[in-house]
Design a protein around this ligand. Structure first.
Ligand SMILES: [Zn+2]
Length: 257
């Protein structure tokens, strides 16, 4: 069998997460836990496969500060399995009660973008073609996922380093928007040229316009002295993915008022 064939046969855990999410929400509405086996049966997989699609659900709930949805999936003894970290296991009922009382019907399934052949990794790579930014955004719909995809694309484009200070611990690197999310048009929200990879600290300073990027790609610093002032940001290797000057201009006009 060739590598290509093996690739296409790999199960898409994000698509399974999409199906599992819907099943789990049904149980949550009824105030019931669900066994690994029942969940696996409902989506047509072996129960040992559960952890591969429960992991992305758990990660998502943790990142979005949602109740620990995965806490309602238990074994025959009512216990959660290995790899469960979303809640204190000695106090599982408390977490489950949060899940049971949360209004999930207002919350869209975050894995809605996934089809048998679509993953976040495939989607973020599409963003390297900036013409596709709007398509990808419309496909993803859920803001938490959209931002996760945008960050993954920027991590790759900026070589995993803060564009201001080169800090490179991935956990503290974030996707900053030049035109802020709420002001951005649909085609600008996931346009790599509307993003910069920054460390948490510089992201915060950038969001407050204490640090800014000038049209010549130098760093402008307001209110205090910084050795980064006037220094050029580190730009992506691919010139067509550099921050777009029109976006920099538009942001400046937003903050002038
Ligand atoms: Zn930084």
């Amino acid at each position: 069998m060739s590598n290509v064939e093996m690739e296409t046969k790999k199960p898409n855990h994000e698509y399974r997460a999409y199906k599992a999410w819907n099943v789990m929400i049904e149980y949550a509405h009824q105030g019931m836990t669900v066994t690994y086996k029942a969940l696996a049966d409902a989506i047509g997989v072996h129960h040992r496969a559960c952890r591969y699609f429960l992991d992305p659900i758990q990660d998502y709930c943790l990142a979005q500060k949602l109740p620990p949805l995965t806490s309602i999936v238990v074994n025959q003894e009512g216990k959660v399995g290995q790899g469960f970290i979303a809640w204190d296991t000695d106090n599982l009922e408390e977490g489950q009660n949060l899940v049971f009382h949360y209004n999930w019907s207002n919350y869209p399934n975050p894995f809605i973008y996934a089809e048998p052949d679509i993953t976040q990794e495939a989607l973020y790579k599409e963003l390297f073609d900036v013409e596709k930014a709007k398509d990808v955004y419309e496909r993803v719909k859920v803001r938490g996922v959209a931002q996760s995809i945008f960050r993954q694309a920027l991590l790759e484009v900026y070589d995993g380093k803060c564009a201001f200070c080169n800090f490179k611990v991935e956990e503290a690197l974030e996707a900053a928007h030049i035109i802020p999310w709420h002001y951005a048009q649909d085609e600008e929200k996931l346009d790599i040229r509307n993003g910069i990879l920054l460390c948490s600290n510089h992201h915060k300073l950038f969001d407050h316009d204490i640090f800014k990027v000038n049209e010549d790609y130098t760093i402008g610093v307001a209110r205090y002295k910084s050795k980064l002032s006037g220094r050029k940001i580190r730009l992506p290797e691919k010139t067509w993915l550099w921050p777009q000057k029109e976006y920099i201009e538009k942001r400046a006009s937003l903050t002038e008022t």
